[in-house]
Ligand binder design. Structure first.
Ligand code: NAP
Length: 163
């Protein structure tokens, strides 16, 4: 089972200067709850943007074309084909970013876990591809309002690929 998990702004921005656009503690908890115990796959830039790496209690796989790259307690795949060969068909695999990796995986996954952040960042440098409603059906939505810990309102949404 291959899924994407991502936080996206209203203009599809996901990052700037190798960092996230904002920190929403409840979104980080949501990410942790969904991915703990599963496998997480990320591009090398996202891996090095993590404050703590590899992510604990998850099988971490980093995508890089650098054949000399190694990192403790972390697996490496050098292509999508190699990645698909080292995961089991019944393994829950989350693609966790970033932009370059999401663009390649969106045709391959069946499920999107999107946190829609209700704000626009015009100065972002990394974007998610558009979510085509003829391909993706939203099956679940849960809105959270801004509060003292969250600068922006956000909605957790799950999309399934239409048959
Ligand atoms: N909002 C969110 O939910 C979210 C989530 C994750 C990341 N982000 C943000 O996204 C940004 C990073 O994204 P990005 O697009 O710059 O980089 P990225 O996708 O994280 O990493 C790109 C790197 O991954 C490797 N790679 C990509 N495709 C590959 C393939 N098919 N085979 C082998 N290696 C491959 C390459 O590494 P080498 O150059 O080493 O070959 C490439 O340079 C940051 O701002 C980050 O904060 C946001």
């Amino acid at each position: 089972m291959l899924s994407i998990i991502v936080a996206i702004s209203e203009n599809y921005a996901i990052g700037k200067s190798d960092d996230l656009l904002c920190y929403l503690p409840d979104d980080l908890k949501h990410f942790k709850a969904l991915t703990t115990g599963a496998t997480v796959v990320m591009g090398k830039k996202t891996f090095f943007s993590l404050p703590r790496r590899p992510l604990p209690n998850r099988r971490n796989i980093v995508l890089t074309r650098d054949t000399t790259f190694t990192y403790e307690n972390t697996e490496v795949a050098h292509s999508i084909e190699e990645l698909l060969n080292i995961v089991d068909a019944n393994e829950q695999v989350f693609i966790i970013g970033g932009g370059e990796v999401y663009r390649q995986f969106i045709p391959l996954v069946n499920e999107l876990h999107i946190t829609h952040i209700h704000h626009c960042w015009e100065d972002a440098d990394t974007f998610f591809p558009e979510i085509d409603p003829t391909i993706w059906q939203c099956i679940e939505k849960e809105r959270h309002e801004a509060d003292e810990k969250h600068d922006y309102a956000f909605t957790f949404a799950t999309y399934y690929r239409r048959k």
